[in-house]
Design a protein around this ligand. Structure first.
Ligand code: FAD
Length: 245
């Protein structure tokens, strides 16, 4: 089941924590803008502090409404700490282009990024946990969990699921060309943007595949040559549609 929460407003509240100060014109607090950046990714970085030491951990995450989920081994130090519920920040960033200017100072990058703030907690409720374990498969590969060998009780026990409600969030986007100083445009050196994309490749079939097994329908989402962020965004839309149908 998709845990859809219905927010009262189109935008996240703006506080001292999430207000974009530097180049604020690139910032947005629009929920749809933040969700679009999150949904185009599988990878995030979760930041938290343990005993005064900051950690920033890369991991897979998924979104259900205003909830973000990620999981890992119960043994990990990070999750043990988070069991108590701890303030956390989850960030996603996409690199879209390399911006080469006429001065080193004006070199830049095109990007889309989102930062989400909340309190990360262990998901103890058995039903929410079971749904989240299915969610991590079905969010990326809609409908796949029902085709798999069923999850065992031991696997559920060995998995810790962390959930964080997005209390505040911000998006920041740079999507433009070179921004040189006016007096530098006459300088005779190449300047421009080199676009960057993560592209889906040809599937590499497992050599131990049972004879006669057909390729899954979801290959239509992950077409070779397609951009990964497009495929992931489409997968999220299908997941939401199927879960709320
Ligand atoms: C690929 C990439 C390359 C970048 N290169 C540079 C660079 O070379 N130099 C540089 O100064 N900055 C760069 N940035 C932007 C950088 O992420 C910060 O926005 C910037 O450094 C300002 O940080 P700050 O903490 O001073 O921002 P502040 O404006 O003080 O941050 C306040 C709040 O604004 C929001 N916020 C800030 N940055 C972001 C963000 N990126 N995405 C979403 N919300 C945000 C958060 O809620 C944050 O708590 C890059 C970003 C990306 C994704």
């Amino acid at each position: 089941m998709f845990r859809q929460t219905t927010p009262d407003t189109q935008s996240y509240p703006v506080t001292e924590r999430n207000r974009v100060k530097r180049l604020h014109e690139r910032g947005s607090y629009d929920r749809a803008a933040v969700h679009a950046i999150l949904d185009a990714s599988l990878l995030c970085h979760v930041a938290y502090v343990i005993d005064g030491q900051p950690y920033c951990t890369p991991t897979i995450f998924w979104r259900e409404g205003e909830m973000l989920y990620w999981h890992g081994s119960s043994a990990s130090r990070m999750l043990r700490h988070l069991k108590q519920g701890t303030p956390a920040s989850l960030t996603v960033s996409h690199l879209d282009g390399l911006v080469l200017a006429r001065a080193g100072f004006n070199h830049s990058a095109n990007y889309r990024s989102a930062m989400c703030f909340g309190v990360a907690r262990i998901i103890d409720d058995p039903q929410e946990k079971a749904e989240a374990i299915r969610g991590v498969v079905d969010r990326f590969y809609p409908g796949r969990s029902s085709t798999l060998r069923p999850v065992t009780t031991q696997e559920v026990k060995a998995t810790t699921v962390i959930g964080m409600h997005i209390d505040e969030a911000s998006a920041k986007v740079r999507a433009k060309g070179v921004g040189d100083n006016e007096e530098d445009y006459g300088h005779p050196v190449w300047a421009g943007v080199i676009p960057v994309r993560t592209i889906v490749g040809e599937p590499q079939v497992c050599p131990r595949l049972v004879d006669g097994v057909a390729p899954p329908d979801l290959f239509s989402l992950y077409q070779p040559g397609e951009t990964l962020d497009q495929a992931l965004s489409e997968a999220q839309s299908i997941y939401e549609r199927e879960a709320t149908a």
